[in-house]
Design a binder for this molecule. Structure first.
Ligand SMILES: *Cc1c(COP(=O)(O)O)cnc(C)c1O
Length: 463
């Protein structure tokens, strides 16, 4: 780290004008249906409602900042994914995007399966009644305790990520007298982001075993030789916020190549192929995600064609959407605290949360939208940056945004599409109290994860 790092944190906001700001939207009051959850709307007074409840009432009852999750939208997205992929495929919701017991119950009721990647996620899933055989356990360094808990619980599959883990899981399963169903996670040399993907021979990352150089094939050989393991398939996950299925095409081609190699070398045709998650959502009006039925059709066609070419039976397909299910279903509601116009630059709008409830902007340069939601305004658009209240100049929630020029302290603004990787990545930085998640449906709002309290903070600090 640089010696001249700013005392308030090493990461600086770029305060100089960048030259090409996005153009202001034609109508600042309009909620783009692509970006907002399904039941979000403005009522005749200009106040935004979700599940039929005004945000002003929600703020009064639950405080700000807070995440409001549109339950109807969440459930309908689950159904859309399950129906699109049909009976000969499995949809696993990636719990790391956002997990709570209420969410687990909704997933169960809507017929989805669940991916977990830690003991904490596993206990949440089991406690809320998700049948263990519908749970998949992921991760590149599962502890022996976590593995044992998962095997004892009877999870449907463990996704093996290293040579050590093959032996660990086999040993634990054998000790418990069971045969654990497993998949092997391979890296196929495809890295996909948004509109582009890169296909290379090698993949330089911590997850999975590379196809290139034969490590994946060696992992298959070892797994097939162990009594405690039942190898059911190959797993690949190529990236995140992907809009285009061409990256999956290259991945499927390479995974099917391995399936053919396994048939030739071991005489077995593995029954499953898991293509992972990573499907994109609209964070701004510029993003155009594809509907689940388009994605399902494309992936089915790709796998079927590749298997026909290789002379293999088409395996059962699994997918693992996290963001695409929960991302669009929630928004974060903030109250505006201070407003600081910087001549010739932009206006800094400070809210009562920040990087502790949404780290994605600082971490990934993620883009978000924002709107004034407690009222409408006819004022001119004002180039703004929505920032938090943390001691870090990189504490940015929305880097480039247009808000009405008459914005005032006390106004409520909301950032849509914060359902995924916001509460689940939230921190206590500056001893912030992590915000609640409130589920809203048909005029009823209920807390599903409560707001942290100062008591919670002090309870962990044992003096
Ligand atoms: C993170 C992850 C997912 C979910 O990714 P999204 O971008 O939320 O769809 C699925 N599978 C695996 C293995 C992952 O690591």
């Amino acid at each position: 780290m640089s010696r001249s790092a700013h005392p308030a944190g090493p990461r600086h906001a770029d305060v100089l004008p960048e030259g090409h700001h996005p153009a202001p939207p034609a109508d600042l009051n309009r909620l783009d249906a692509k970006v907002w959850s399904r039941t979000a709307a403005r009522n005749e007074d200009g106040v935004v409602t979700v599940g039929g409840i005004e945000v002003t009432r929600l703020a009064e009852e639950f405080g700000t900042p807070a995440y409001f999750l549109d339950e109807e939208d969440f459930r309908s997205r689950c159904r859309a994914w399950a129906e699109a992929f049909g009976a000969d495929a499995d949809v696993f919701y990636a719990g790391k995007a956002f997990l709570s017991r209420a969410v687990v119950r909704w997933l169960h009721e809507e017929g989805l399966n669940l991916d977990v990647c830690s003991g904490g996620e596993l206990i949440t899933a089991l406690d809320a009644g998700m049948p263990a055989d519908r749970i998949a356990f992921h991760g590149n360094n599962k502890s022996p305790e976590e593995i044992e808990r998962a095997v004892r619980a009877g999870v449907g599959r463990i996704v093996l990520d290293s040579f050590q883990e093959i032996v660990r899981v086999a040993h634990i399963a054998q000790g418990l007298g069971v045969r654990q169903r497993v998949l092997i996670r391979v890296t196929v040399g495809v890295e996909a982001h948004t509109h582009e993907f890169i296909a290379t021979a090698h993949e330089d990352q911590k997850f999975g075993l590379p196809l290139a150089g034969g490590q994946a094939a060696e992992a298959v050989r070892r797994t097939l030789g162990l009594d405690g393991l039942e190898l059911v398939g190959i797993h690949s996950h190529i990236g995140s916020q992907i809009f285009d299925t061409s990256g999956f095409e290259v991945a499927a081609h390479r995974v099917v190549g391995l399936l053919a190699q396994i048939r030739d070398e071991h005489g077995v045709e593995l029954p499953e192929i898991d293509l992972g998650g990573g499907l994109g959502i609209a964070y701004t009006s510029d993003d155009d995600p594809r509907e689940p039925h388009h994605i399902a059709k494309a992936l089915h066609e790709i796998v079927t064609r590749e298997c026909e070419n290789a002379g293999l039976r088409t395996p059962r397909i699994s997918v693992e959407p996290g963001r695409a299910i929960v991302g669009p279903t929630a928004f974060t509601l903030y109250e505006v605290g201070t407003i600081k116009p910087l001549q010739g630059l932009r206006t800094y709008v400070s809210v009562d949360g920040g990087m502790s409830d949404n780290i994605r902007t600082a971490l990934y340069d993620a883009e978000y939208s924002v709107a004034l939601v407690s009222r409408t305004s006819d004022a001119a658009p004002m180039l703004s940056r929505v920032v938090g209240k943390h001691c870090e100049s990189g504490d940015i929630v929305v880097r480039d945004a247009f808000l009405p020029a008459d914005l005032a302290p006390g106004d409520l603004i909301a950032v849509p599409a914060t359902g995924a990787y916001c509460r689940s990545m939230a921190s206590n930085y500056n001893h912030a109290l992590r915000p609640p998640v409130v589920a809203v449906r048909d005029g009823v709002a209920r807390v599903i994860v409560r707001r942290e309290t100062e008591e919670d903070l002090l309870r962990l600090d044992v003096g």
